[in-house]
Design a protein around this ligand. Structure first.
Ligand code: SF4
Length: 461
């Protein structure tokens, strides 16, 4: 793992135990995502794309499956075993007599691991789930679901936002508004470098991104930003302590009566930030949406809410698992534009999972192609689209309908994804491959670099 790498997945093997047998869903997946890049992960349904993302997030249910081998390194933490002092695994496969396999897990150790991962999940790594209707909690209002990760992870940042707004003097504030309105890059940069003024500057800039407002409206909104009630001494002390102690509260503040008084400001600020996040994903009647339940929103809106939730804490790595599948084409285009825009603004890395190659062509920098639990080809987007090497990638690209193929029969890859309980030996693609050789049925091909940064796992090379 070097400085340019955000996350490294190394030889990852994930197995699920079912009544039909052990499903070898991932069979040695290896790839890395670099800083500020979008890696597109493509492949047919059932090839292991979502399992890869769930493994990174530590979200594989312990009653269904587990990582049996391999590592996921994120910021020098092995996400498959983040608690180095935990000598025994929390979830493991037990092989019994007659080849019977059971999944066992130790609840105490599992909860401990999840508690640790909770500090990273939603803060440094966030995920946009495939189905917004099932991923959002149907009995909680959007406002609660959006503010919860903010309050859980970023109390100190919320406190800083309040103090930054209240403590700034009028002259400095006017200068900041002027810098944002007239796009004075140098001044904006210098304000962003000051930890006390950064939260306010970000708030001002979030208004600038709203496309539905005129310049005059933007300037009015910026000036209205400082409409807070003055802080009383108890509130000020609490907020200052939160900033100093990186979000940790002393026991004194947890007394219910005191907590109720001082915590109100944090909740209000979280709601304010939630509205800004909704504006960021082009939902402009945010104050109404916050009071609604998921079923009251359209599919596109729910998906945007999911994206806003994922972006709440400016994650370093954003995993988007087919975020546009359930959407109509217009909303799809808006969401893709939005994600490109966010990558540019927040500077995070994105793992974009989809089976839609058109979407990948639009958004990805590099592309990884998955087949039956393996990465078979990975490389820069142009290489994958214009010079595909693996027979599976070639088949996938041929099956995209084009003007040329409109009048002909559409190309299909013969056969279907193999049963992963008993996957084919050697190269898992060999039963469907037009170039299969004898060695392909025996030995698994290893990944080889055939051009700069372009890797392929195939015996043809
Ligand atoms: Fe086809 Fe063999 Fe290459 Fe697999 S290793 S894709 S079977 S040629």
């Amino acid at each position: 793992m070097n400085d340019e790498t955000m996350i490294t997945v190394e030889n990852l093997k994930v197995h699920f135990v079912t009544w039909k047998g052990v499903v070898k869903a991932l069979d040695g997946v290896t790839f890395e995502i670099r800083k500020n890049e979008t890696l597109g992960l493509v492949g047919e349904t059932g090839c292991g794309k979502s399992v890869t993302s769930l493994s990174i997030m530590n979200l594989i249910p312990p009653t269904d499956g587990t990582v049996v081998e391999g590592h996921i390194y994120f910021e020098n933490i092995d996400m498959t075993n983040p608690l180095v002092n935990m000598k025994k695994p929390d979830v493991w496969l037990k092989y019994g007599r007659k080849g019977k396999v059971k999944l066992k897990y130790n609840r105490r150790r599992y909860v401990k691991r999840q508690e640790f991962v909770n500090k990273i999940r939603g803060k440094k790594i966030a995920m946009i789930f495939q189905e917004p209707m099932t991923a959002l909690n149907p009995v909680l209002k959007i406002g609660y679901q959006l503010t919860e990760p903010l309050i859980y992870h970023s109390k100190n940042e919320l406190a800083m936002r309040i103090l930054s707004r209240i403590d700034i003097n009028n002259a400095n504030f006017s200068d900041m508004v002027d810098a944002v309105l007239n796009n004075k890059e140098d001044k904006i940069k210098s304000y962003l470098e000051d930890p006390k003024l950064k939260p306010l500057m970000e708030q001002l800039r979030s208004i600038m991104f709203r496309k539905d407002l005129t310049r005059l409206q933007k300037s009015e909104r910026m000036n209205n930003i400082r409409n807070d009630k003055p802080l009383n001494s108890l509130e000020r002390k609490y907020l200052e302590e939160l900033v100093e102690n990186n979000g940790h509260e002393r026991f004194f503040w947890r007394f219910p009566i005191i907590h109720r008084i001082v915590f109100k400001r944090i909740i209000m600020e979280a709601e304010r930030k939630a509205m800004e996040l909704l504006n960021l994903v082009n939902i402009y009647n945010a104050d109404i949406i916050l009071k609604e339940y998921p079923h009251e929103l359209s599919g596109g809106m729910r998906q945007r809410v999911m994206i806003a939730m994922a972006l709440a804490n400016d994650p370093k790595l954003l995993i988007a698992d087919e975020p546009t599948t359930a959407l109509d084409v217009t909303t799809q285009a808006q969401i893709l534009d939005l994600m490109k825009d966010l990558k540019y603004r927040i500077g995070s890395s994105i793992l974009f999972i989809t089976h839609d190659l058109g979407v990948i062509a639009d958004i990805a920098d590099r592309v990884a192609v998955m087949y039956a639990g393996n990465i078979v080809e990975i490389g820069p987007k142009d290489d994958i689209f214009y010079k595909p090497k693996h027979p599976y990638t070639q088949g996938l690209l041929k099956s995209i309908p084009t003007n040329k193929t409109m009048k002909e029969k559409l190309h299909v890859i013969p056969g279907s994804i193999p049963n992963l309980v008993n996957p084919p030996a050697g190269c898992r693609f060999h039963p469907r491959c037009p170039h299969a050789m004898e060695i392909c049925t025996r030995e698994k091909p290893v990944m080889k670099e055939i051009e700069k940064d372009h890797y392929v796992a195939c015996w043809l090379y």
